[in-house]
Each structure stands twice: as C-alpha cells, then as structure tokens.
Design a protein around this ligand. Structure first.
Ligand code: NAD
Ligand code: MG
Length: 301
C-alpha cells in the first residue's frame, strides 16, 4: 500500500455521512476497543524507512491514540519503546505491544499513575533500565474534562488537580528524572494542543496547561541546547482517540473536528510523521524550541 493510499484510507475511516462520528460516551481513561469506528494508528499504513535507528524512547500514554501511533511508527523506524499508561488500560497497552514486537523491536510496558511523583520518576528509571538507556522522551499522557454546563463556575479543585498533575506536574517530574539519561543527540517531545492557541471555554484548565507546555518547551530547549539536547512540541487539533468519547459529551462526537479548514477530525496515524521528524537527530538536528501544529488547518502561531 502506498503512503497516499494509507492517507485516503485514514480519511475515509473518519466520517459517517454527516462528516462526524456516531454519538458515544465512555468513562475515563477510555479504551480503543469501545470506539466506533476504531481509530487508525498506522497499523496498516506506516512504512518504516530506518529513520530512527537505535532510538530508545519513553512514550507516556503510549497505549492508545496518538501515543500508540507514535509507538508503532517509532518501532518501524528502528526504535525500542517503553510505554507508560494507567493500569485500567492494560488491554490497550498489550495491543500496542503486539505491533511493536511485530516490527521486531523491544516494547517495555510500565503501568502506573503519573499524577503520583514517585510513580512518575520510577517509570523513567524503569524505562532507562529495561531499554538499556534513554534517548527520547515523549510527554504525551494527558487529561481533560469537558462535561461541564457552566464553564469556570463548574470547575472543581479535584478536576483542576487531575488536569494540572497529569499534564504539567508529570511532564516536569518525568523530564527532570530523564535528564540523567539524556545525552548529546537526545530529544524531548511534548504534546501541546490547538487549545494553547484557540481555547474552548469548557476546557479552561486543560487549555492553560497546554499553553504552559509550550512555554516549558521553549525554556527547556534554551537550557538543554548547550548539551546538544533538543526540545520540541507537537500541537494536535481534533484527533479521534479514546480521550474524546471519554471526556466530552457523547452528543458532540458527530460534529467533532468539523470546524477545521480540512473539515474533519484527524486520525492518530496522521500525527506520527511530526514525531518521527522531531525525534530524528538526522532530519531535525537543528530543530529545537518549536511547536509543530497538526491541526487540520487551524493556525498555531
Ligand atoms: P488517549 O486517551 O489515547 O491518550 C491519553 C493517555 O494519557 C491515556 O492513554 C493514558 O494512558 C494517559 N494518561 C492519562 N492520565 C494518566 C495518568 N494519571 N497516569 C498515566 N497516564 C495517564 O488520547 P490522545 O488524544 O491520544 O492523547 C494524547 C495527548 O494528545 C494528550 O496529551 C492530549 O492532551 C493531546 N491532545 C489530544 C487531542 C485530541 O483531539 N485527541 C488534541 C490535542 C492534544
Ligand atoms: Mg489510553
């Protein structure tokens, strides 16, 4: 199958007749197997070209969605990967692991709740130990909650804690813990969002974390540049992953992604190229402190 066939296939899988998805809801963290239709993570489409030989990557939230697409592409490009995820997502993690092993690469599974500092730090140490080092950290785990009626007035401290600890604290802890393992040529890739630029009122806490992730990315790139370590981010637009039916009102799924210039949501597989590029020390050797938008046409500058 050619790359273009794969893209057509991904796009065709996206939509029902109205241009959206069937109304559906799950409880967080959400599972891939319960989604209708199933997302495309590049299982059939991604063709490896030896772009990441020898990389040892920790991908948080690597069980599903964008993280799974990144894990599959990284493995096909020659990387060994460690996946962090919540214990409830074991079945998704095992499915992802099968694809990694099918690509002939090592896959380390590291369940644990990253909102706990000790767990977050242990995930990094375990990844480095079991992969025999660490060259790449993809801070992809994230949480949002968008089933609110009154915006800020409905936001609870417990919800804020969950969002800030998952999206920000965990990223700080994981990256901090990884510093001892990362050397010249290593890179950190953070997952931002279109929400950092064009925030939705229902996601005021989540959008704030994504703006902070951009700021962290630029700042850390300045700090680590002299060591030859690059730090970048990817800002996705609306992507068909378990996060959506697990955190948004089910009736919003039919129009999900319809307000983008390309008129549809993206598939996780359509994100992988940005991550592979940023992770490649050959292709992106002079790229640091930048944010690549994969948004279906919404601006990220
Ligand atoms: P996803 O549900 O497949 O992935 C999110 C992952 O985060 C989960 O699989 C889970 O393993 C992990 N996670 C959440 N809370 C955790 C915790 N406490 N401890 C450990 N792991 C935890 O959904 P996704 O959309 O692929 O999300 C990946 C990233 O993409 C997130 O940072 C999200 O904010 C970002 N993003 C997604 C979209 C979108 O439309 N799907 C848009 C912009 C940004
Ligand atoms: Mg998941």
């Amino acid at each position: 199958m050619s790359d273009l066939d794969a893209i057509d296939r991904a796009a065709a899988k996206l939509t029902n007749a109205e241009g959206g998805f069937p109304a559906q809801e799950q409880q967080p963290p959400g599972l891939t197997s319960k989604m209708e239709p199933l997302p495309d993570h590049g299982e059939e489409g991604w063709v490896g070209r030896e772009r990441l030989p020898g990389l040892k990557a920790l991908i948080t939230g690597g069980d599903s969605g964008i993280g799974r697409a990144v894990a599959i592409a990284f493995a096909r490009e020659g990387a060994d990967v460690a996946l962090s995820y919540l214990a409830d997502e074991q079945s998704d993690a095992e499915d992802t692991k099968k694809w990694i092993e099918k690509a002939g690469r090592t896959c380390v599974l590291l369940p644990g709740d990253l909102t706990d500092e000790a767990t977050a730090r242990k995930v990094v140490d375990d990844a480095a130990e079991q992969l025999g080092g660490l060259t790449t950290v993809v801070n992809n785990a994230g949480f949002q909650w968008a089933r609110r009626d009154r915006g800020l007035a409905d936001l609870t401290t417990a919800e804020m804690d969950q969002v800030f600890r998952t999206n920000l604290y965990a990223m700080f802890w994981i990256t901090q813990q990884a510093l001892q393992y990362l050397g010249k040529g290593a890179s950190v890739i953070n997952v931002s969002s279109i929400q950092a630029y064009d925030p939705s009122t229902a996601l005021i806490d989540y959008a704030s974390t994504k703006a902070a992730i951009n700021n962290f990315t630029v700042n850390l790139a300045a700090e680590l540049g002299p060591k030859g370590i690059r730090v970048n981010a990817v800002a996705p637009g609306p992507i068909w992953t378990p996060l959506q039916p697990a955190t948004k009102p089910g009736e919003s799924m039919p129009t999900f992604g319809g307000d983008t210039p390309l008129g549809r949501a993206g598939q996780p597989s359509e994100l992988a190229g940005a991550f592979v590029f940023l992770a490649s020390q050959l292709e992106a050797s002079y790229v640091s402190a930048t944010v690549i938008g994969v948004t279906g046409g919404k601006p990220v500058f």
